[in-house]
Design a protein around this ligand. Sequence first.
Ligand SMILES: [Zn+2]
Length: 191
Amino acid sequence: MENSYKKLIKGYLEFKQNSALKKDFYAHLHLGQNPQVFIISCCDSRVVPNIIMKAEPGEIFITRNIAALVPPYDEKHTSCHATSAAVEYAIKHLKVKHIVIMGHTKCGGIEALVKSGHITKHKTDFIDKWTDIAKPALEATLHNCTDKNFEEKCTYCEKESLKTSLNNLFTFPFVKKAVDDGKLKLHAMLF
Ligand SMILES: [Zn+2]
C-alpha cells in the first residue's frame, strides 16, 4: 500500500515536470473549463473515464459514485446530494450538451445489491441506502431473472440500473427542460 502511494506521488511530480513542457495547453485550461460532456461513473478504481474515452483535461466533467447511480430529484432539498449538485452544475453553469451514465460490468455496488436480494435491510451506514436508488432495477432483476445464475442477474441489474438512473435524470426539471429544448442528450453505456 505504501509503495502504491509513493508511486502516485512520484507520478505526480513527473506529471508536473511534463506539464511544464505543455505550457500553452495548461495556460489555456487556467482560463476556465468548457466541457461539452458530463460523465457519471462508478468509483471503481478500474473505471477511469478519461482513459476509457481518451479524453484530455478539460474535455469531460465527471462525478463518480458507488455504482454510477443518479438519485431522483429531491424537491425538498433535504439531504446532501453530491451527484445532484454535479448534475445541477453541469446543466446550469457548464451547459453541457451530453450526459453519459457510465455503468460497468463486475460492479461491486450492483453485486452487493443483487446479493442482498432486498432493498429494506440496511446493514451499512450509507452504502445500502445509496444503492436503494437502484431499487427498480433490482425489482426488475428479481422478477425477470428467476432462472438466471448470480452472475447473469448482476449483468441484468447493471443494465437495468442505467435505465433507473436515466429515468431519475428526467426528474430534474432543468434536465428535462434542456432535453425538451433540444440542448441536451442523455446516454447510458456499460463499460
Ligand atoms: Zn461499480
